[in-house]
Design a protein. Structure first.
Ligand code: COA
Ligand code: MG
Length: 291
């Protein structure tokens, strides 16, 4: 599943949902949680269920963010949205691996009841509570259904009772540890959405920071953010070209029985060539999936 950009669309806004086909996000996440007021939850479920039937986003995917396990709203949410065209449930305010397995079991029952392939519906777990940051590796590896962990900076700052700043010192630890835990668990790491959708320069700087920490994608809240996020999380031509030269230089050195060689005044050895090959692999799979 390609997840460079995941665009949130409030489940209560059918006019916005209808715009999805024209927006180049890899995945669309229809929201039933914080963008839907309590009194509108039932209406939003109906709107989202209808669009799962009718919305045509081609090869891109559809996900739904449900309400947290502890809210008492989750069962009705899942009941409404488990559907052949649903690729993922985005699960907010996860606290522990036990909670993830609980949701996994409920999804398994619904998949079975509706004749869907077991495990079709992936889980994207939000790491946005202090306790989740502590438990992130066990959450990310709780069950095979977990495809990604997502960092939620706004709720994390609220849980810590700290202010959000543009420099982001308050989120540097969770952001880094989530990427490392995701990698160790073999799942993707998706970065927090940027609420300031007018400042696209800042978005690009921030998204690049996340990619450099090991994130594979970033949530978006406005269509204007999607192209920038896709670009940041796609290896650039210059990076691909350099990676090809690294691989070629290393293979030539290997033929000569040498394990380290210089390229443009820098040492190329095994980890450097490994990174170059990973980048080429990632570029190829993005090209294949993005079409
Ligand atoms: N998905 C699809 N379309 C969207 C969109 C979204 N997330 N956000 C905005 N649009 C559309 C608008 O409907 C508008 O369309 P129009 O020109 O045909 O009227 C166009 O893009 C431009 O929108 P704009 O006027 O700049 O913003 P807005 O004031 O309508 O909306 C927000 C701003 C923040 C309310 C809106 O972007 C939004 O609801 N984002 C998602 C919020 C969310 O899901 N939060 C929960 C997760 S953190
Ligand atoms: Mg949140």
């Amino acid at each position: 599943m390609l997840m460079r950009s995941i665009l949130f669309i409030p489940g209560i806004r059918p006019n916005m949902i209808a715009k999805a086909p024209g927006i180049p996000a890899d995945l669309f996440c229809l929201d039933l949680e914080d963008s839907v007021p309590p009194a509108e939850k039932a209406t939003a479920r109906q709107i989202v269920a209808t669009h799962l039937d009718t919305l045509d986003v081609g090869r891109r995917g559809l996900a739904v963010r449900v309400n947290a396990l502890t809210t008492g709203l989750l069962d009705e949410d899942l009941e409404a949205v488990v559907h052949p065209r649903l690729q993922a449930i985005s699960l907010p305010k996860v606290e522990s691996a036990e909670q993830v397995r609980e949701v996994d079991a409920r999804l398994a029952l619904l998949e079975q009841a509706r004749g869907l392939p077991p495990g079709q519906i992936k889980l994207l777990c939000w790491i946005e509570m202090a306790i989740a940051v502590i438990n992130v590796y066990s959450i990310a590896s709780a069950c095979p259904r977990v495809a990604a962990v997502s960092f939620g900076a706004e709720d994390f700052a609220a849980d810590l009772e700290v202010a959000r700043t543009r420099e982001g010192l308050e989120i540097s630890y969770p952001r880094a540890v989530i990427a490392v835990a995701a990698r160790a668990a073999g799942v993707a790491a998706i970065d927090t959405p940027e609420p300031d959708f007018k400042d696209l320069e800042n978005l690009e700087v921030d998204a690049r920071r996340a990619r450099n920490l090991g994130y594979q994608g970033k949530f978006c809240i406005h269509p204007s953010q999607v192209e920038i996020v896709n670009r940041v999380f796609t290896p650039a031509e210059a990076e691909i070209e350099y990676a090809r030269r690294v691989v070629a230089a290393y293979e030539e050195a290997e033929r000569q029985g040498i394990g380290a060689v210089a390229l443009d005044g820098k040492m190329i050895d095994a980890p450097v060539v490994l990174r170059a090959r990973q980048l080429l692999q990632r570029a190829a799979s993005i090209a294949a999936l993005a079409g």
